[in-house]
Ligand binder design. Structure first.
Ligand code: ZN
Length: 406
């Protein structure tokens, strides 16, 4: 590789965040990329959640192939509801690991530790999270003394600073070690709280802009995308707009006859209360058609599909999904039972994701693209292919767009 490549996954980055921050004058560097004709809108994987999409981005394939379709699932064989953050659930190797195996120097920095082991599986290189930066060791993470190297204290897991740590670490790594391929993945703490164009959002994107400009100045090829978008999920009065599926099904069929699984469930639920726009239901074959029809008729439900049909449409692994798949509308989320969701941590009107309504994501490059204009549909997991195989050289891009030289 002639130039280092940095792929950035901005968690929850609805394209409007970039447009509004640029229009407000908060992000001069990103604004220059948006003007240069190398910004596209693509689609993420549904369920529009963090782990399935980060894994799609680094493997280049949908969950039907790599196996990670949520944070949490019902393991039919083990008859247990379990987290899906263990690498043993991965069914595909990553492009990152393949580059490292071929001799490239690879570095991965994530905000939350939940992603680190999945992204770093089989990878010979640097891989650590901002959350557990203080515990990084040469043996486990390929690097030590991370906090001193980055020069920032370890931030709270619920903070914008957790993402800033990722960018600061990326810049330090580029300055000191110049990896050939780097993957930076942030957290959507800000996007869950602040709408596009709000001060809270614009301050975050201004911070990001400064680090991206620095990476560009260091000579890196930049490719930016998102794991999913984000929407307000509230009623007119600001309260969370929730359909509690387990309560409904218990009422219709009798208690415990159906099992509702919310793949958004993870240990970090303070900012969304484990409420997203995607759910899957396990229930007896004889009841499926009737339940499907009743759910589909509810206000706020986008689509209800049987397992086979949903897994074809959304490219999901059938053995890790329930008998019905339910997607709610733009401003509606799905819960299990009202009693099982602790919403006391929500200190702002609920914003969340998971559905088809959060599928639009940006794809942005600091080089001109070639040979992708005929593609009917860009996906966020095309980003490595485009960045590695369809970008012009730095000089060609700058002369074509008039973007100032470094
Ligand atoms: Zn996310």
């Amino acid at each position: 590789m002639a130039e280092p490549l940095v792929v950035v996954c901005v968690d929850g980055c609805e394209p409007e965040y970039l447009e509004r921050a640029a229009a407000a004058g908060c992000t001069p560097y990103l604004a220059s990329l948006l003007r240069a004709g190398t910004a596209f809108t693509g689609e993420c994987v549904v369920p529009s959640f963090t782990n399935p999409n980060n894994l799609s981005i680094v493997t280049g394939v949908p969950p039907a192939v790599h196996g990670i379709c949520g944070n949490y699932f019902y393991d039919r064989e083990a008859d247990a509801e379990v987290m899906m953050n263990d690498p043993r659930y991965l069914r595909a190797g990553s492009v990152l690991a393949a580059f490292a195996a071929a001799g490239a120097r690879v570095a991965v920095v994530t905000a939350k530790d939940k992603l680190r082991r999945l992204l770093g599986h089989g990878l010979k290189g640097i891989c650590f999270s901002a959350e557990k930066a203080a515990e990084a060791t040469q043996a486990e993470n390929g690097i030590d003394h991370v906090v001193a190297r980055v020069g920032m204290p370890v931030p709270s897991v619920y903070s914008a600073a957790l993402s800033e740590f990722v960018f600061a670490a990326g810049v330090k790594l580029m300055e000191s070690q110049r990896p050939d391929l780097m993957y930076l993945s942030t957290t959507d703490y800000i996007q869950h709280k602040f709408a596009p164009g709000s001060d809270g959002a614009n301050v975050f994107y201004a911070m990001m802009d400064r680090y991206l400009a620095r990476l560009d100045a260091l000579g890196a090829v930049l490719a930016l995308t998102a794991d999913h978008g984000m929407n307000a999920k509230t009623r007119a009065d600001g309260s969370p707009n929730v359909i509690y599926l387990q309560d409904l099904l218990d009422g219709w069929l009798g208690a415990g006859r159906a099992r509702v699984i919310l793949p958004i469930t993870d240990p970090y639920v303070v900012h969304h209360g484990a409420l997203g726009s995607f759910a899957t239901i396990y229930l007896a074959a004889a009841e499926r058609d009737a339940v499907r029809a009743r759910l589909a008729a509810l206000d706020g439900i986008d689509v209800v599909l049987p397992n086979a049909e949903a897994c074809v449409r959304f490219e999901l692994p059938p053995d890790r999904m329930g008998d019905l798949i339910v997607v709610s509308g733009t401003h509606v989320v799905l819960g299990t039972s009202a009693a099982r969701h602790d919403l006391s941590g929500l200190d702002a009107p609920l914003r969340s994701h998971g559905g088809v309504s959060e599928q639009r994501v940006p794809l942005l490059f600091n080089r001109g693209t070639a040979g992708i204009s005929g593609r009917a549909r860009l996906r966020n997991f095309d980003i490595l292919d485009v960045a590695l195989n369809h970008l012009e050289s730095d000089a060609a891009h700058r002369s074509a767009t008039g973007v100032a030289g470094r």
